[in-house]
Structures are given as C-alpha cells and as structure tokens.
Write a protein that binds this ligand. Sequence first.
Ligand code: AMP
Ligand code: ZN
Length: 664
Amino acid sequence: MNTQQKIDALRDELRRHNYNYYILDNASISDYDFDIKLKELLALEEAHPEFFDANSPTLRVGGAITKNFQTVVHDHRMYSLDNSYSKEDLMDWETRIKKMVDGDVQYTCELKYDGASISLTYENGQLLKAVTRGDGMQGDNVTANIKTIKTVPLQLQGDYPEKFDIRGEIVLPFKGFIKMNEERLEAGEEAYRNPRNTASGSLKLQDSSEVAKRPLECLLYNITGTNLGITTQFESLKKARQMGFKVPGAAKLANSIDEVLEFINHWNIERHNLPYETDGVVVKVNNLYQQDELGFTAKAPRWAMAYKFKAEQVSTRLNEITYQVGRTGAITPVANLEPVQLAGTTVKRASLHNADQIKKLDIREGDEVFVEKGGEIIPKIIAVDFAKRLENSKPTDYITNCPECDTQLERIEGEAKHYCPNYKGCPPQVIGRIQHYISRKAMDIEGLGGETVALLVKGGLITNYSDLYELTTEQVIPLERMAEKSAENLINGVEASKQIPFERVLFGLGIRYVGETVAKKLAKHFKSIDALMFASILDLVTVDEIGERIAESVVEFFSSEDNRQSIERLKSFNVQLEVSADKLANQTEKLKGQIFVVSGVFESVSRVELKKLIEDNGGKVSSSISSKTSFLVAGDKMGPSKLKKAENLNIPILSEQAFLNELK
Ligand code: AMP
Ligand code: ZN
C-alpha cells in the first residue's frame, strides 16, 4: 500500500466506526483503538499535506478558528412554521389544504426538535457548507464548527443526489448538557440556562475545538433541491438515513387528522423519555407534488404545521409593574416577577400588553400570578391567584404620563395601546427610530450599533437618521469605547448605506405599520418617494393589500414638516429614494389588473420564477381559482380538479409557452 492508499483506507475505516457509533448507536471499535487510528491518520496527513481532504475524519477534533462568520445567502429560503394548538386548528388547516390540492392527503408526523436550525449543503457526497438559519434569507457560515459534530456526515454513503441542501436541528441532549454544567460549576463558572440556547451559542464559538468538546447532535428532517428522485416526505427521511444522516425513528405516516392526533397524544407523554428537548410535533403533507402545489405564505410553508405541546405553568409573585416606551411611542407595561424556573429558564419579567389586559385580569402589584410560557420568548401572565391576594392591595392605576419625558399619554380610538405623542423630544422614540433605520433589515449599517446610536443622540450629535450622513470621524472618536478604526468603520458604513435599495430605505423610515412587506409593495407601486409623498389615501388604498390604517399612517407621516425635511436631506446625501433603473428595466405593467393562478410543473422556468415574472409585470398571483381569476397558467401534471374548476368558471387556460409569448 502506498501512502495515499493508506490514508484513504484509514479515513474509510474511521468514517465507518464513526457512523456505527454515532448514528447506529452500535460501537464497532474500542475508544482506545479508535484514538490510535485517528492519531496514525493525523500523523500521516501532517507528513503529507498534498493528500489534504477538507472532509477527513481528523477534522472532527476541530482546531480551525473563525473570527468573523461570513454571511451566506440561502439557495432555498429557510422558512418558519405556522403553529397550531388544538384539533380544531388542525382540522381548519386540512380544510384549507383540501381546497388547494387534488386527491387524498397523507401526512408525515415528526417531532419538533428544540435546538438551532441548520442548513447543510452537499455536493458529490461531500459536505460543502453549513449555514445557520439567520433571518431565513441568509445566515452565518459555521462549517468549521459543524464539522466537529459527529452525527453530521462529512462524506455520504450509498446513492446520493449530486447536489442538495438538507435541513436539521442542532440539539444538545440533556445528559451532555447536565454534564457540561457540572463541569462549569466545578470550574467556578455560571451554569448555562437551557440546552437550546447553549446549542445555538455553540455554533458561533470562534474556536472549533471548543465546539468539538460539546456533545451536540444534528437531527435531520428535510431535503431540499431539484431532481432529487423522491416523491414523498416520508421517503425523503428514509433516503436521508440511507445516506448516513441521523433521522430519529419517531416519524410516522398518518392518513387522517385523527391519526395525526394519535401521534401527538402519544408523544405528548412519551417525549419526557427522549434524550433531547422537543416542543411539539411537525405535521407535513407527505406528497411532495402536493407540497409544491400548496407553496408558501410570506413566512411559512402551507404544507406544514407545527403543533405545540401545551405550555408549562407556574405561579409567582408580581413585584412591580413598570412601563417601557417603544420607538413608535407605544407604551408597554411590564410585570417584574419574583424569579421562578419555568420550562428550563429563569423567568423574571412578563409582558402585560396594555391597559385593557391589566384591567381585564385585574392584575395588581403584590399579587400571586400564574405565568405561562408558550411559543413566544416572553412569558405571559394568564391569571391572578385571587385566594392569595393581599389585604391592602389596590387596583392598578395605569400611568397617565410618559415615564421617559413626562408628556401626557394619548390613546387613539379603537387602539389598545397608549402612546407618548412627543415624537421629537421623547428619548426612546428618537433613539429607537434611528436604531430601526440602521437595523439589519433596513439600512444594515455596519460599524454602528444600537448603543452607539444612543450615545450619539445623548451627546447631541444627531437627532434623526438624516444627521448620520453628516457625522465626521472627529466627532465620533471621543465617544465611549470608540477608537479611530471603529470611528472610520462607522463613517464608511454610513457611506455604504447610500447603496441600499429604496424598499429598504422606505422600511427604515419607520412609518407606523409599514413593515418589510408593506414597504416592498409601496416601493414597487409608487417607485419613488416623491410619488409616495403625493399619494392620497385613495391612491394608497387602491394598492393591493394596503388598507386604510396603513394609508392613513403614510399620509400622516408625510404631512409632518420634520419628516419631509429629513427626507429632503436624505435625498441631498444621495440615499436611494427611488427604485433603481436596473430594477425598473425588468418591470412592466403589462399584466396590470390581472389575477393568475399557476399550477403544475413547468419546463423552461421554475414555478417560483414564473410567479415572479407575473408580479414583475404588474400581475397578481393567487393560489386558488375563483370567478375573479383572469388566467390559469397550466404546466405539466396539473391537478384535474383545478382544471375542471377553471373550465366550469370559463377561465382561459394558458400553457407555459403561450404565457411566455404573451409577455414578449
Ligand atoms: P419556529 O421557529 O417555531 O417557526 O419553527 C420552525 C423551526 O422548527 C424550523 O426552523 C426548524 O428549525 C424547527 N424544527 C424542528 N423540528 C422540525 C421538523 N421535524 N421539521 C421541520 N422543522 C423543524
Ligand atoms: Zn415620552
């Protein structure tokens, strides 16, 4: 055997033992012998760097240091999941599904693992990259760290598609978590709070050999890509197992929602015997073709539904109610609680939402209250334990003045929240608006963080976002924790934000009710800030999905002299206040006023591209056929009931080619 053969043989052998031990739970070598072979391989690799392999089992021990995790755009977006809490929710979901797809629907039921989501990309059987979910569009490249997790195959076995993404969850099993905490306490360090946060924190450690020491596991649940040769979710789980991934065996096929509920009821109890945390069940339409028909909403697939296990509850004392002022001036009451353990974390605060909520539940300082943690991060108060109410307790008087600037609060008709109207002078509003402007989804200004914004405002250097563009390094350097280099970064970051596209600038302006999606819609329709500024409420509500509430808020925003001035200044600094020419070039109004339904499989464009084409040309895409539908664009394998419905309603049917010709 020559050296290369020897290295190859060792790598193969170690891979096999690794698989047997971590995936099959069936050791085929002693730890000691494994170590010896690993050291042998390490020595050979060191002596022969020409045989380097980025996926060698020796990389499992880590060693690579990552200073800054590179941001990577996901090829396929990582969606969130819609939640359900009852049989009724699931039945409603089924009703919605059945309107959109043909034939029987089967479901794959899986456990919902509670950890950190990860997307792994494989090419020719090799792990190419591992990216965190991030905001779903883009995440951090954490490949070096992920390679140290033994349940992540570096080299696949058997048959595998040439290229695909596989999604899963990095979890920290209880046993390992407890052991880690014992070691930390022994070393005089603070214990970690819960396995999930520890797992997600681990992915961002700079030293991969530290990650290697943590007993993390990767549980896989979804293969994404094209030409995968699989037709159902259940099959894809099996396929993933065959390729060498760890896919828990709990997954089951169900033929009805009743069978789904059986699965849920079984695991609601049985989950307490699992080695890792689960917070529910994920139900997925099994047939991938049906999944494709159902598609996605802005946030989540229509073909999947999470069922959350009932939240845990505890009771504790409410010590004090305090009030926070948000960037829009909205007041949020906060319950400060006697710290209590709940679902694995220590809870000290809970949101009280608004004055009505406090009144309805008659919540008072000093009360013993029931706290629950559901799907959301901030726990909530469910009820007061009136039997334990103190004798001298007094009803809660909601504040009348802003806790930050003492201005009298206002409450708009029909709104639950109180607002501080001191738009220009209330510090959390002034600071919050600028913080929103620079945030990742808006202008994403590198080198400038929320705390620095607060310092800049408090130091009188800026009072609104347009002032950012006149900052100089000399002004910034004297700030706390600011060195020359970081000051320069800040100024450069501000400069770079002039390239950020209009829709994100519009989102960044912080107009109430204008979130990311609405900003996109407005930008697309009006194309420039000038056009938007002149729009009347009537003009605005004619835009698809823009209602009166948003329209009024937009008009109000531009009616303020201050806001108009800020915008004029942004303009003078060349911030993008209109849709760029390149983007306009690909957009027309050809399909204006027409509603399309797209169904089937297409040849020259993907379904997603087809939908984008329709929208870019002013048309609207709808998911189900009704009398309002203008055209049905039909691809291959289109569902027969859709076809029939279109025929019954006399809706013209276009082939892929006919549609594309129409556009030209
Ligand atoms: P949420 O974060 O509540 O929107 O839920 C979505 C997340 O659930 C996904 O990003 C996954 O990380 C996670 N998840 C856990 N188990 C599964 C599963 N079996 N199928 C799909 N997603 C899962
Ligand atoms: Zn105020």
